[in-house]
Design a protein. Structure first.
Length: 274
């Protein structure tokens, strides 16, 4: 076992202590870091829920003269996306073989002080998974990987060269539903070191735990990150029905069939009497 052994004292009668370092060296030794918080970390969803707007505020501590950029990333719970493609055969439109993407976030948004391409390089953003172009979505089975810009990336799968088109389709459909967003000017500095941003959740936002990351970039490199969580949950009758449907799906399905049959029978009786 190695141990630190103190050196033997030198044969000096008096020692003169070294002068303390100047205060300026203490200030410059501090690391630049970022901290942030959400105004509301819990969103309750009921029948009247029409979306929510959450304000994020934060500060950059020990700012220097070197410009800094802030990037906010909010990612919702992952879900499975199933896609089919319309193809025409002999004048008839048919659905192609379904393609399943796993690990696609149900909600994803980025907000930054300026466009991401101006903040960091492609490889840096890809490693962090920041931005819609670098969104990490698990490829279908039998996917292969190649190295591009020094980063391993999925570019070919059993879909062949059409894989990227399918991936873009996932992002395009989510964008049209308002679930994927990108705002290159969504983070605004209100004072030196103080900034704010807004997170807009649509009414169709999935329930579950959301993860928020606030990245601080300086000269194209991430130097600090602040992590938060946001919970979106159903309340009231919707919550009880949701829990019942997921905990006892068979019984829930039978009850739905019986209720539908009962409503159909009553409707037929009413119209028959008329």
């Amino acid at each position: 076992m190695f141990q630190d052994i103190p050196p033997e004292p030198a044969a000096v009668v008096q020692t003169v202590p070294a002068p303390p370092p100047p205060e300026q060296s203490i200030n410059t030794a501090r690391e630049v870091r970022v901290a942030a918080a959400l105004t509301d970390a819990q969103i309750k969803v009921d029948t009247r829920f029409s979306g929510a707007s959450i304000v994020l505020y934060g500060a950059v501590f020990n700012p220097t003269e070197t410009p800094t950029d802030v990037v906010l990333v909010v990612r919702g719970p992952n879900e499975t996306v199933r896609l089919v493609k319309k193809t025409r055969h002999n004048g008839v439109w048919l659905n192609s073989r379904p393609v399943v993407f796993e690990g696609a976030p149900g909600f994803y948004m980025t907000a930054s002080t300026r466009p991401l391409a101006d903040i960091a390089e492609f490889g840096q953003l890809r490693r962090l998974g920041v931005g819609l172009d670098h969104l990490r979505i698990n490829a279908p089975e039998e996917a292969t990987t190649v190295t591009r810009y020094g980063v391993r990336d999925v570019v070919i799968s059993r879909l062949g060269e059409d894989y990227l088109d399918w991936r873009r389709a996932v992002i395009r459909l989510k964008e049209s539903a308002g679930l994927y967003k990108s705002n290159p000017k969504g983070v605004r500095f209100v004072d030196r070191g103080l900034f704010r941003a807004e997170v807009e959740l649509p009414a169709t936002a999935p329930t579950g735990i959301y993860y928020a990351e606030v990245w601080l970039f300086q000269q194209g490199a991430p130097i600090s990150v602040s992590n938060m969580t946001l919970t979106v949950e159903k309340v009231g009758l919707e919550r009880r029905i949701y829990q019942f449907a997921h905990r006892q799906p068979w019984l829930y399905g039978i009850l739905c069939v019986l209720i539908a049959a009962g409503i159909g029978y009553l409707a037929s009786r009413i119209f028959r009497n008329r």
